[in-house]
Design a protein around this ligand. Structure first.
Ligand code: SAM
Length: 204
């Protein structure tokens, strides 16, 4: 998958994702952690003003391409780690911002992952996300997402089509500063419904 990922995503990147990534990350600040970075597609969208950037990726093939991508930038502020998003080897309250793009669909447990993201975020930290999700209630697309899900999980590295990520983020103890419901183009319609936004870490 690592070898073909960028090629597979090319049309979706060109028609939707690149614009959304650029929009989402334009004002991100402080010490930033990205989970499930893949080959490092977001690298070109981070502003120079961030203090530091740690990209994490557990898949060794993806990680190799990610490290190559980082090395080409010659930027001492950026490093990569092989941590999974539900086992982040960082102390509590380490980051100002966490980025997750197209990852909460693929992790084993979104609940454990969001709990871990919350743990490493500072009390006033923010989660920046772009995630493809379950289609809106009443949409006929839901039937197709359920139908294709088993084969999609198998073919696309545990990627789920029917996760209600907005609900999961909210249940994990975040409040939305901003959330947009979008439809990507350039890919299959079953992965088109997408949410993008920023959520603040609420400390109880
Ligand atoms: C669809 S790709 C998205 C890559 C990149 N974030 C992007 O926006 O293009 C999903 C990524 O999540 C990673 N992933 C899968 N399970 C994970 C986990 N438990 N923790 C962190 N990343 C995971 C995969 O290895 C893959 O790189």
């Amino acid at each position: 998958m690592a070898k073909f990922y960028d090629l597979f995503m090319k049309e979706m990147e060109e028609t939707s994702l690149s614009i959304w990534r650029s929009d989402l990350l334009s004002e991100i600040c402080g010490d930033v952690l990205e989970v499930g970075s893949g080959t490092g597609v977001n690298l070109s969208y981070y502003p120079k003003s961030i203090s530091s950037l740690v990209l994490t990726e557990p898949d060794p093939h993806m990680l190799m391409l990610l490290r190559r991508n980082i090395n080409e930038r010659h930027d001492g502020k950026i490093k990569a780690e092989d941590f999974a998003a539900d086992a982040l080897n960082f102390p509590d309250n380490s980051f100002d911002s966490v980025v997750s793009t197209l990852v909460l669909c693929s992790v084993k447990s979104p609940e454990n992952t969001l709990k871990e993201i919350k743990r490493v975020l500072k009390p006033d930290g923010k989660l920046y996300f772009i995630e493809h999700v379950l289609a809106a209630e009443q949409s006929r697309l839901i039937k197709w997402q359920k139908f294709f899900q088993p084969i999609w999980i198998y073919m696309c590295g545990n990627c789920h089509l029917t996760r209600d990520t907005e609900k999961n983020i909210s249940r994990a103890g975040f409040s939305f500063d901003k959330i947009e419901k979008l439809n990507s183009s350039g890919g299959p319609s079953i992965v088109s419904p997408t949410i993008m936004g920023i959520a603040s870490n609420i400390y109880a």
